[in-house]
Design a protein around this ligand. Structure first.
Ligand code: ME8
Length: 425
């Protein structure tokens, strides 16, 4: 109980990192710091997802060999982490030998447990989402089909290994009905449960039309579907397949996989099914946060509205950006990023509320008390009221943080800051 294992998604490296990636990493850093303050032994993992068709295509576009491309791009993500004031314990890359070994081991386990069969896949695939979609999920625009995310899809027909996901439908429903706390927020729990109840089909888990992936054991014509490869990272980093290692025993199951709402299905349907099939306990919680748009629009290279965290922090300051991202939007909801909103938060909350309080209190002590905090005299009623608000704060903030409600914790802290300003008035 005294350990806490928290993970970010491992990010695709087809482009440079943006504010969305920074958001997830900062949120995890805040939860990691909070758990350290509680005295827990925290393990905080991030990394990059380097295989698959999307990354291969990006490498071709950059006229680089996939390995050279991923080495170059992964660095941007790794360097961003300390730049954002985040402290991780390991940075995993899916092209590392330890990960290839772990993923092939998991595949062999699923195979031994009779969860995999060879057949043919015919259906829709989105390279941008690296996801298979059934026709009923697609959106039709001008006689063309698109994924629910808006990404283009293409018709794929190839030999493929399948994972017997359909056999896990009832067990997943039973698991989630018994353990509703394992998916948060509640709205995502409901979404996942209704997706499972709508019927699970077997999942294609290998590809043959490109090579940039982990080879399927005993059949080099196939590379693994990038999601079975990617999800396994969470175990690789703590020593899998060595399930007797100290790290693995201490940190598995993960306490919290933090993800964006775009990838909840992979984490809350496929991942626990893979794990249960291999006889492994699923993670204790998956939290899916919301989606940032920028000035009302989806972030996109083509409309050049991508907010780059390096630049943003240089202009506005690190604490300011961290504060804004976690305060502006209730954690779990979607949000819109705008410079006006950021400047407003900096001016009103940080400069006006917190900055003024510090300035007023410190200069009063400096001016009137020889720059030293005097010993308390007897407390007036006003003193008592403010002190009791401060005393309650820790418990209240703990309550919020246990639910990953960072915005709520900040709001409670700011209520005391505002009360303190009124007290000084
Ligand atoms: O999905 N708003 O990688 P990815 C909020 N490799 N969060 C955002 C965001 C936005 N606009 N854009 C990205 C993948 N994110 C897979 C994950 S894990 C085993 C494999 C954040 O580079 C959010 O956390 O597309 C989202 O889930 C993640 O980046 C997706 O990153």
């Amino acid at each position: 109980m005294n350990s806490f294992y928290i993970t970010t998604p491992i990010y695709y490296i087809n482009f440079s990192p943006h504010i969305g990636h920074a958001y997830t990493t900062i949120a995890c850093d805040i939860l990691s710091r909070y758990n350290k303050l509680l005295g827990k032994d925290v393990y905080f993992l991030s990394g990059t997802d380097e295989h698959g068709q999307k990354v291969e295509k990006a490498a071709i576009k950059a006229s680089l060999k996939p390995k050279d491309f991923v080495d170059k791009m992964s660095k941007n993500f790794k360097e961003l982490i300390p730049f954002l004031g985040c402290q991780i314990d390991d940075f995993i890359r899916t092209t590392e030998d330890r990960h290839i070994k772990a993923t092939q081991h998991l595949w062999n386990k699923l195979n031994e447990n009779n969860q995999i069969y060879l057949s043919n896949y015919e259906g829709w695939y989105s390279i941008r989402d690296e996801a298979f979609y059934s026709e009923s999920e697609l959106i039709k625009k001008n006689d063309e089909f698109f994924a629910p995310s808006g990404s283009p899809v293409e018709w794929v027909k190839e030999e493929s290994y399948f994972f017997k996901l359909s056999e896990w439908q009832d067990r997943l429903i039973e698991y989630y009905e018994k353990n509703p706390e394992t998916i948060r927020p509640k709205s995502r729990y409901n979404e996942v449960l209704s997706f499972i109840k709508s019927g699970l089909k077997d999942l294609s888990i290998s590809r043959t039309t490109f090579k940039w992936g982990i080879p399927v054991p005993n059949n080099p014509n196939h590379v693994m579907y990038v999601w079975i490869d990617a999800l396994t990272n969470y175990m690789t980093a703590i020593g899998y397949p060595d399930q007797q290692s100290d790290k693995y025993k201490k940190f598995w199951p993960a306490d919290l996989h933090m993800v964006g709402k775009d990838i909840i299905r992979f984490h809350a349907v496929y991942w626990p099914a893979f794990l249960m099939s291999a006889g492994i306990v699923p993670p204790s919680r998956v939290f899916a946060h919301g989606w940032w748009t920028v000035e009302g629009e989806k972030m996109s290279k083509s409309i050049r509205n991508v907010v780059e965290p390096f630049n943003l922090v240089d202009v506005f300051g690190l604490d300011q950006v961290r504060y804004f991202l976690l305060r502006e939007v209730p954690f779990g909801n979607d949000g819109d990023f705008s410079k006006t909103a950021l400047i407003h938060r900096i001016n009103s909350d940080l400069a006006n509320d917190l900055g003024n309080l510090a300035q007023r209190v410190l200069s009063m002590i400096h001016r009137n008390c020889d720059a030293e905090i005097p010993a308390p005299a007897s407390f007036s009623d006003d003193d008592q009221i403010l002190l009791s608000q401060v005393d309650d704060l820790l418990q209240q903030v703990r309550g919020s943080m246990e639910q990953q409600a960072c915005h709520d914790a900040l709001e409670k802290i700011w209520a005391v800051i505002r009360a303190s300003n009124i007290y000084v008035d």
